[in-house]
Every structure is written in structure tokens, then in C-alpha cells.
Design a protein around this ligand. Structure first.
Ligand SMILES: Cc1ncc(COP(=O)(O)O)c(C=O)c1O
Length: 344
């Protein structure tokens, strides 16, 4: 049987033999009592990597983001984020459903990146008691729906300065902060230092089967621990998952460079196929967004499936291909050939 090339997401990776060995051998304990030595090590390791006082393992990126927002806010507060942010587009309305928050959206254009100048007029004066209280500015780096684009340190710095001046807090959805870090050669802690809370994923490009980590001050994590329990995210002998996360952080960050190369190669090949439009400027990490012009995205996707190639979707009419550690350079070439044939 022909192997399926799965480019739907970097979440589709399976744990490698070495990762499974680390999971098999993991020392475990009851994490609700904070007695799982492996998870304790993972949290300490991640806190250090991000330059924060403390960290907490959570089951998913959504839970990570939403616990952070919940801890930073009161019901009725407002969170400023980009109009295509994951917390707005893809988290099932959780800010409203679980934390009583409203979101104020900024248009970051095709790159999904907004500036301090754009945020300034959205900050509501505290004296306006009849308005929601602006409390948090959220930044997603890299930006998923914009195609894995990277927010620069300079831009983040100026937004953080504006937040400080207005007594606002900063949250980073760093599901793919590792990709930004590797692409720019900037340590994750350099990005993290501008944020009060950070959520980052172990189960995307890093290849772990489950899990995200949130990080911040000790007081922040103490409260996050309470909310994780309240929302049913307290887990017991999860060292077997913690070991996968630790393995991922210790072994799989530098190799993200390869995924970025694969994305560039794919983008380059797609740009030469008549009938496909692609903005190569947006291909900065491991996500490739493009659109077929003569047939609908749905038809294009269905034809790909028939050829054992799985792709995802982004904005309306946009197709998304994500490179990862379970897809080889050869398979990227095959994927490009399949799409070329479909467009002939
Ligand atoms: C930017 C971003 N944030 C958060 C998440 C949520 O992660 P999870 O699927 O683990 O809940 C994702 C998932 O794709 C994401 O791309």
C-alpha cells in the first residue's frame, strides 16, 4: 500500500522509538500531589528554558492559553488579540464561556502582526466604568492562521512597553515559539521575558504525543494549578507523558530547522505550479498556505486525498500544509509532484 503523506498539521507526528523508550522508563508519582518526579523535572526544565520562576504541565494548548487568561483576568475584562488569533478562531469560545471575557480584535494584516500604534486606541480608560476593563494583550508567535509568521522582538518590546505604561498584562500563545526561536536564532527566554504568562506546546513540531506547558511567576503558577484542577486537568501518574515532553525539549528543538527548510522547498515548488497562488513572504517557519485558483479548495483537497496526500485548510479558500518530523524531504518532493499533476 502507498504511504500516506500527512501534511495536515505538525500535531500528527507519532512518538519515535527513543521517545517511547524514555516514556517506558519514566519514574512516576501522583502529579496532583506534585509527586511525579518526571513532571517536576519537566516543569523545572521548561521554566529555566523560558527564564520564568515556575511552569505547569497541562493536557493541551487550548487549556494552557485559557488557564493563563483566566488567571490574569476577572470576568467582564477585555483581552486584545489579533483577528486571526487561535484564542479567537479555534478555542470554542472559551474566553467567554469559562472566564467571562470579551476579545477586542486587531487586524494584523496578512502577516497577522499588529503594532503598539494599533493597540493604543483600543485601550479603554479605567475611568470609563461603563466599558469593559482592558486587561491583557495577547500575541501568538508564531502565528498559526497567518502561516507560521514570526513576530519580531522589537515589535513585541514596543507592545510590552505600551502594556506596562497602561498597567496591562501580556500573554504569549507560544504554541510554536520553538519555531520562532530556531528560525531567528533567538533563545525562547528572550521572547518570554516580555510576557506575564506563556503557553507553549510539546505536541506540535517537537513531536510529543500530548501536552503543553504554561510558565510565569511562582504566584501565577500557584493560581494556575488551582484552575487546572477546577477545569478537570489534574492528572495522576503522568510522568510517562512528562518524559515524552522532556525528551522533545531536549532533543527536538534544533531539528525544527529541517522542517523550515522543507516548508521553503514546498513553497518554492508550489510557486512554480500554474493555477496556484502563494505568498512566499509568509513562509517563515513550518507552515505553507496557498490557494488553487481554477478549482475550489475543497475539490483540490479531495483530489489530494485520492492521491494519498492529506492537507488542511486555513482561511476560506486557503490550503495549509505543515511540515514536521514524520515527513521526509523525499515525501515533500512527492507531495509537490502530486499537486503539480492535479493542476495539469
Ligand atoms: C497557535 C496555537 N495555539 C494553541 C493551539 C492549541 O493546541 P491544542 O491543540 O494542543 O489544544 C494550537 C493548535 O493548533 C495553535 O496552533
Amino acid at each position: 500500500m502507498k504511504k500516506i503523506i500527512d501534511l495536515r498539521s505538525d500535531t500528527v507526528t507519532k512518538p519515535s522509538d527513543a521517545m517511547r523508550k524514555a516514556m517506558f522508563e519514566a519514574e512516576v508519582g501522583d502529579d496532583v500531589y506534585k509527586e511525579d518526579p518526571t513532571v517536576n523535572r519537566l516543569e523545572k526544565y521548561t521554566a529555566e528554558l523560558l527564564g520564568k520562576e515556575a511552569a505547569l504541565f497541562v493536557p493541551s494548548g487550548v487549556m494552557g492559553n485559557q488557564i493563563c487568561l483566566n488567571v490574569l483576568t476577572q470576568p467582564g475584562d477585555e483581552v486584545i488579540c489579533e483577528k486571526d488569533a487561535h484564542i479567537f478562531q479555534y478555542e470554542s469560545g472559551t474566553p467567554a464561556a469559562l472566564s467571562g471575557l470579551q476579545l477586542s480584535l486587531v487586524d494584523g494584516g496578512p502577516l497577522g502582526i499588529f503594532t503598539a500604534e494599533q493597540v493604543k486606541p483600543l485601550i479603554r480608560p479605567l475611568s470609563a466604568y461603563y466599558m469593559a476593563r482592558t486587561r491583557v494583550i495577547e500575541i501568538e508567535n508564531t502565528h498559526n492562521r497567518a502561516g507560521g509568521t514570526i513576530n519580531s522582538i522589537e515589535n513585541i518590546k514596543s507592545i510590552a512597553a505600551l502594556a506596562k505604561k497602561n498597567n496591562l498584562l501580556m500573554h504569549l500563545d507560544g504554541a510554536r515559539i520553538w519555531n520562532a526561536s530556531v528560525a531567528k536564532g533567538i533563545p525562547p527566554s528572550q521572547y518570554a521575558k516580555y510576557f506575564d504568562s506563556i503557553s507553549c506546546c510539546l505536541s506540535k513540531g517537537l513531536g510529543a504525543p500530548v501536552g503543553s506547558i504554561i510558565a510565569g511567576s511562582k504566584d501565577f503558577i500557584t493560581e494556575a494549578f488551582r484552575i487546572r484542577k477546577r477545569w478537570g486537568g489534574g492528572m495522576r501518574q503522568i510522568g510517562i507523558l512528562g518524559a515524552a515532553g522532556l525528551f522533545a525539549l531536549q532533543n527536538n528543538i534544533p531539528r525544527l530547522k529541517e522542517d523550515h527548510e522543507k516548508a521553503k522547498i514546498l513553497a518554492d515548488r508550489l510557486s512554480k505550479i500554474p493555477g496556484i497562488t502563494i505568498n512566499k513572504e509568509l513562509v517563515q517557519t513550518n507552515i505553507v498556505m496557498f490557494s488553487p485558483v481554477k478549482i475550489s479548495a475543497e475539490k483540490f483537497l479531495a483530489k489530494c486525498v485520492k492521491n494519498n496526500l492529506l492537507l488542511g485548510t486555513g482561511k476560506v479558500g486557503v490550503i495549509r500544509a505543515v511540515t514536521h518530523l514524520d515527513v521526509s524531504f523525499e515525501e515533500i518532493e512527492q507531495a509537490a509532484k502530486i499537486m503539480e499533476q492535479i493542476m495539469e
